[in-house]
Design a protein around this ligand. Sequence first.
Ligand SMILES: Cc1cc2nc3c(=O)[nH]c(=O)nc-3n(C[C@H](O)[C@H](O)[C@H](O)COP(=O)(O)OP(=O)(O)OC[C@H]3O[C@@H](n4cnc5c(N)ncnc54)[C@H](O)[C@@H]3O)c2cc1C
Length: 472
Amino acid sequence: MPRYNRVDQRIIDELRAIVGEGGVVTDHEKMEVYAHDETSEAHYFRMPEVVMKPSDARQVSEILKLANREMVPVTPRGSGTGLSAGCVPMYGGIVMSMERMNRVLEIDTQNLFMVVEPAVTTGEVQRRAREVGLLYAGDPCSAESSQIGGNVAENAGGNKAIKYGTTSRYVHGLEVVLPDGEIMTVGGKCVKDVSGYDLVKLFVGSEGTLGVITKIWLKLLPLPKFSVSLLAPFSRMQDAIDVVPKIMTGSGVVPTSIEFMDSLSIQAAAEYLNASLPHGDAGAYIIIEIEANTQEQVEAEYEAVGKLLQDNGALEVYVADNIATSRRIWQARKCVAEALRLVSPVYCMEDITVPPSEIPGLIAEISEIAERYGVMIPCFGHAGDGNIHATLLKKDMADEAWERCKEQVLAEVYDATYRRGGNLSGEHGIGAKRLDHFEQFYDPVALRVTRSIKATLDPNFILNPGKVVRPA
Ligand SMILES: Cc1cc2nc3c(=O)[nH]c(=O)nc-3n(C[C@H](O)[C@H](O)[C@H](O)COP(=O)(O)OP(=O)(O)OC[C@H]3O[C@@H](n4cnc5c(N)ncnc54)[C@H](O)[C@@H]3O)c2cc1C
């Protein structure tokens, strides 16, 4: 890593001149919330030297120019809901919080676009689209708190990726401030556009290492008129997981979501919600959402899927066809990450991804690894698109033993994932957390290309150092 300088009073005075008094935080206590994201381990807690809250792209640009001149690192931050320590200032310096840039700039109902600043929450984007009869299809479980800019920077997935794909599919244009402070606009409202390299996609998922996103053009879709959620408890995890590829290939239906929770996740959710869940002692839940434009179609589709679930061992199939019942089903799934934190405040949530047909085999292997090491690894996630959140829990273990055990278990889980044609992260990103394993597993030529892109755009390694790639 390059040698960075400390942020001294002279630099703070200059930063204050750029954003004004209210846009600079130096108070230690107030900066603590900017020292971590939702990654639970203590080594992903780093204090910033100063927090900046710019209001527009010009201020972002001025901050980055100053940071280059003074050799001070800058870490962009959304809401801090990330799960790979992406917004943690691993080398101190400036945390650039986007929180003030939170305006919806335009909703274009003719072209079906919404233009937003990065700090609008994903939930707000969804609501504003719905108000005009449109759908923003991105739907991470963190939608109510994460920022759309954070979703773009991580290429967030979520519950609906099986039908609608991930965030990148809906990002058609970006305004980005490059690490040297230059402001670039690429794409916009064109639905088709192959003019030059696809620079929009280069920045989607770049985890705040290639530029700071300051404006986003999001494609909207017509809002489906009817939806139904199904909850199917199974006695055995393996039966539940085995049914997923059958739904995909045998039902003739493309569900909007196919999610799963194992028994530990179900119990943790019940405890967290302080509620009794249906078949709370089940080995697994499969949760499915189906959307269509007519009542007849949605009924025909959920009946076909429901029959398949029953024929394949579901203990029951609960149908939720109104907002209240559907919310009850989904709150169990959406709270799992927080619920597991109650079971063990220190945990390691993984985000492995495999071709969907490999899920049954991989889950069986993870359960065998857990047994062999005597650790709890609850699994839940996006079964329909092959993305599993296997979560190692630290229980009754000293810190040193936990670190050793975690590394050994991770090595085996990753090995199993790669043997099955999978990869390290389906949606949470590499961040600081997976940097070593990324270098270990990623194609070496692809790694060289990645490093050269970073070096071209950010020769001083000013922007978000310690994430995704190290200098060559
Ligand atoms: C309970 C829970 C459920 C979750 N569910 C899902 C899920 O279903 N699907 C999913 O994909 N993720 C999920 N996540 C992870 C997380 O919410 C996402 O990664 C989200 O996209 C992060 O957004 P954020 O605004 O919190 O970004 P942060 O955590 O603040 O930052 C994430 C990364 O984006 C960069 N960044 C942020 N804003 C900008 C910007 N404007 N310009 C450039 N870089 C920027 C940061 O530098 C960092 O590298 C979940 C997290 C929690 C805690």
